[in-house]
Design a protein around this ligand. Structure first.
Ligand SMILES: C[S@@+](CC[C@H](N)C(=O)[O-])C[C@H]1O[C@@H](n2cnc3c(N)ncnc32)[C@H](O)[C@@H]1O
Length: 263
């Protein structure tokens, strides 16, 4: 049965939906998106890597990845000698991560945990990051931001990439003809895929103000908002990301925030 796509403001148990979906997708996800690589830190479908952008702190210290999926970003960091811990809500994704760690002879903790309940002490990491993990599967950002704030040491950095807030108003298509607003920006209706009455996938739009105000309310200082360009000459598409839309609008937002140092 083909799934139907519909907006919804009523999504029960979003974490369970995310975990089930990603467990089911675990084997296929990297195969479907080979550009992610196995030991590679890519910030989004534009293809910009940490090697290109240098967004992490120069000395990132002890690093936590949340929503790590198959942990290719953490593997890249581990390959450079950084101390890293990778977490994800999906045990299936972490099983793929474990197999790839063995394949590449890299070893770091892979821990099953949702971003909203991290099994770590207060102030235990210098840097927390995610590349497109966790946040868009949560109806509200505050529980995640509060939890990241708790596990970061004072002065630590939280950096994440997400689907650009503008993207949610357009159809899920990379083509120029589909650059027509079909959903109201401020309504925050979840993007839901349902098969036979069962919700199989749900992503939740967050506006710019949800990000910035949410971070500030959790205690962060927002230090950078970055909207990467579509790379010149890149023709490969990924969902709604592609050269047509990329020429007009950013598809990805990368946010950097600091937990204030104790005075
Ligand atoms: C688009 S994948 C990104 C994975 C990886 N960062 C990458 O770029 O391939 C999203 C990941 O977020 C994870 N996820 C979804 N909801 C989560 C939550 N509440 N807490 C932690 N991880 C979550 C999923 O299991 C999935 O592995």
């Amino acid at each position: 049965m083909e799934p139907s796509y519909e907006p919804s403001n009523n999504v029960p148990a979003p974490q369970k939906i995310a975990m089930t979906w990603w467990d089911d997708q675990a084997e296929e996800y990297l195969a479907e998106h080979p550009s992610l690589g196995e030991v590679k830190f890519q910030w989004g479908p534009e293809g910009w890597t940490e090697e290109d952008l240098h967004l992490l702190p120069h000395k990132p210290g002890r690093i936590l990845e949340v929503g790590a999926g198959a942990a290719q970003c953490s593997r890249w960091l581990a390959s450079k000698g950084h101390e890293v811990v990778a977490t994800d809500i999906s045990p299936g994704m972490l099983a793929v991560a474990r197999a790839l760690n063995a394949k590449h002879d890299l070893d770091f903790p892979l821990i099953a945990a949702g971003i909203e309940a991290l099994p770590f002490n207060n102030d235990s990491f210098d840097t927390v990051f995610t590349s497109f993990g966790a946040l868009s599967f949560l109806p509200t950002l505050t529980p995640a931001f509060d939890e990241v704030f708790r596990v970061l040491r004072p002065g630590g950095t939280w950096i994440y990439s997400v689907t650009h807030p503008f993207s949610w108003v357009f159809p899920d298509s990379p083509h120029q003809d589909d650059l027509t607003v079909i959903r109201p920006y401020g309504k925050r209706e979840a993007y839901v895929e349902t098969t036979g009455g069962t919700t199989e996938y749900a992503e939740f739009p967050h506006t710019f103000s949800d990000h910035v105000n949410g971070l500030v309310q959790s205690g962060f200082d927002v230090t950078d908002l970055f909207e990467p360009d579509w790379p010149a000459g890149k023709t490969e598409t990924w969902g709604a990301w592609g050269p047509d839309r990329g020429a007009m609008l950013p598809g990805t937002l990368i946010v950097t925030a600091q937990k204030p140092a104790r005075s």
